[in-house]
Write a protein that binds this ligand. Structure first.
Ligand code: FES
Length: 116
């Protein structure tokens, strides 16, 4: 499978991301705790540029009137209506059947590549 190199590892430090274009497709590349992930930059809800949304966490399941925040830095929140997606998988938080495409990423000699 072809690999498209899109950045050097030092260009995307932990907690950061970058939007790149590969074969005409907009893709967000993320560094989550030193591991790299790539998501299609399109929200499955109404087509927003998902990867322009903030990296965030979310409220965790909890008892009534208890609000527990977690998963900080593991999610991206759509800038249009706030749906949240796992950066590692592209799955939405509320229903894993709702997802944006994720791409395999490989790092070779400090170069971040998207496997096509
Ligand atoms: S377009 Fe992303 S939540 Fe609506």
């Amino acid at each position: 499978m072809p690999v498209h190199y899109v950045a050097m590892t030092e260009e995307i430090p932990a907690g950061q991301s970058r939007i790149v274009t590969v074969e005409g497709r907009s893709i967000g590349v993320y560094n989550v705790d030193g591991a790299y992930y790539a998501l299609h930059n399109r929200c499955p809800h109404e087509g927003a540029p998902l990867c322009k949304g903030p990296v965030c966490g979310t409220t965790l399941p909890s008892n009534v009137y208890e609000y527990e925040f977690g998963r900080r830095g593991e999610l991206v929140r759509c800038p249009w209506h706030g749906w949240e997606f796992e950066i590692k998988s592209g799955k939405s938080v509320f229903d894993e059947k709702v997802r944006t495409r994720s791409y395999k990423v490989q790092v070779d000699d400090g170069r971040i590549g998207i496997v096509w």
